[in-house]
Ligand binder design. Structure first.
Ligand code: PMP
Ligand code: GLN
Length: 381
């Protein structure tokens, strides 16, 4: 009998797939996996068709079509006042996931260490392990999930190659301030450490807060890969289109790997996005759009047994259910989906070590109607 050795014996199916499958099986309302239940703009779909009809159906250039790269460089200039070279600094990717995997893959080697803040988005650590490096978790401190910078400094060793940051943060919905960027710089400036900055929720910040991109900090940017997702921006997560912004030398390394694991990304979509981005309102209005949903969700659940935690950005909100149940979060989330008809995400899978929490994550990127149906179920618990 031929034995197939598993390179990843401990790796389980992602919690997002698990909870979405559970929601489908039990016809539960899916506030679990992070995707909108409403469609993207018809105009954007029409643009993709237009470019398909126009014959834009062959390989795009490896880094992306110049029209889209230029639009992104312009957007960055407007938002973060930095001059980015469209051709040298930006690479269009198959979603942020591929950008994350490629940025990690082109930098880390066996024996290297990568610092991740936990709870951490689920793709980081498997990617670190896939390239033979070690993940070094630094815990964000509940209940506000702030960063202990002394702990970060202590976690840095001669082997530290990279630190992965994420703002607005999934799953805690916290955001970084400019002070956080300065703290990070003061820790790494005399070390050979690079940064992977996951900024897929760049345009979803609430209460008038602004996004502090790593790109806005010129010294940090010289060491950074910043990754973004059009799926999160334009309500079309299934299109799996994103991009990575990095200085020339790092982009060169990134593209060495990118050319052999993807080469290039869906051509008509790139042309469509380039046109669509000509109107800045399509991204500048996103915070207001989701802030209404967040406020509605919080207001409706204020008298429920769930204690909602602060939500400064992203389209997720955490809830403490300890006044309802003593069950571990995975058990509670399973019961909530199967018995009460609402699927959510437990947050213990976002930790590398076994962690007991009484916290689940809701995704509020849903229509008002669906949020109301979920709220009806949640307030009766
Ligand atoms: N990073 C974070 C923090 C996410 O929540 C997600 C999910 N969208 C991704 C990366 C992956 O983005 P994409 O769907 O563009 O691959
Ligand atoms: N980013 C989404 C979330 O956090 C899920 C993406 C995925 O399913 N891989 O829910």
């Amino acid at each position: 009998m031929h034995v197939i050795p598993s390179k990843f014996p401990g790796l389980q199916p992602s919690i997002f797939s698990v909870m979405t499958a559970l929601a489908k099986k039990h016809q539960a309302i899916n506030l679990a996996q992070g995707f909108p239940d409403f469609d993207c703009d018809d105009k954007l779909k029409e643009l993709v068709s237009k470019y398909m009809e126009a014959g834009k159906n062959q390989y795009a250039p490896m880094r992306g079509i110049p029209e889209l790269l230029e639009r992104i460089a312009y957007k960055i200039k407007q938002l973060y006042q930095q001059n980015i070279s469209a051709l040298d600094h930006i690479t269009i990717t198959a979603g942020a996931t591929q950008a994350i995997f490629t940025a990690i893959g082109c930098m880390v080697s066996p024996g290297d260490e990568v610092i991740v803040f936990e709870p951490a988005y689920d793709s980081y650590i498997p990617a670190i392990h896939a390239f033979g490096a070690k993940a070094v978790p630094v815990r964000l401190k509940a209940p506000d999930f702030g960063i202990d910078w002394n702990q970060v400094a202590a976690a840095c060793t001669d082997k530290t190659k990279m630190i992965i940051i994420n703002t607005p943060h999934n799953p805690t919905a916290t955001i970084w301030t400019s002070k956080d960027l300065h703290q990070l710089w003061s820790i790494i400036k005399d070390k050979n450490i690079f940064i992977l900055s996951d900024e897929v929720y760049e345009h979803i910040l609430f209460d008038g807060q602004i996004h502090h991109s790593i790109i806005s900090h010129p010294e940090l940017f010289q060491r950074a890969f910043a990754v973004f997702s059009f799926g999160k921006l334009f309500h079309n997560t299934g299109w799996k289109t994103g991009y990575c912004v990095a200085p020339t030398a790092l982009s060169k390394e990134f593209r060495k790997l990118h050319q052999f694991n993807v080469f290039s990304v869906h051509t008509p979509t790139q042309y469509a996005l380039a046109d669509y981005l000509s109107d800045p309102d399509v991204y500048l209005n996103l915070s207001g759009f989701f802030e209404q949903k967040r406020n509605f969700f919080i207001e409706q659940l204020k008298d429920s047994a769930f204690q909602l935690l602060p939500c400064a950005g992203s389209y997720f909100i955490l809830a403490d259910y300890s006044s309802i149940s003593e069950e571990p979060d995975t058990v509670f989330a399973h019961r909530l989906a199967t018995q009460h008809g609402v699927a959510t995400i437990p947050i213990s899978p976002f930790y590398s070590e076994e962690t007991s929490t009484k916290i689940i994550r809701f995704c509020f990127a849903k229509t008002k109607d669906v949020l109301e149906q979920a709220i009806d179920k949640l307030i009766s618990i």
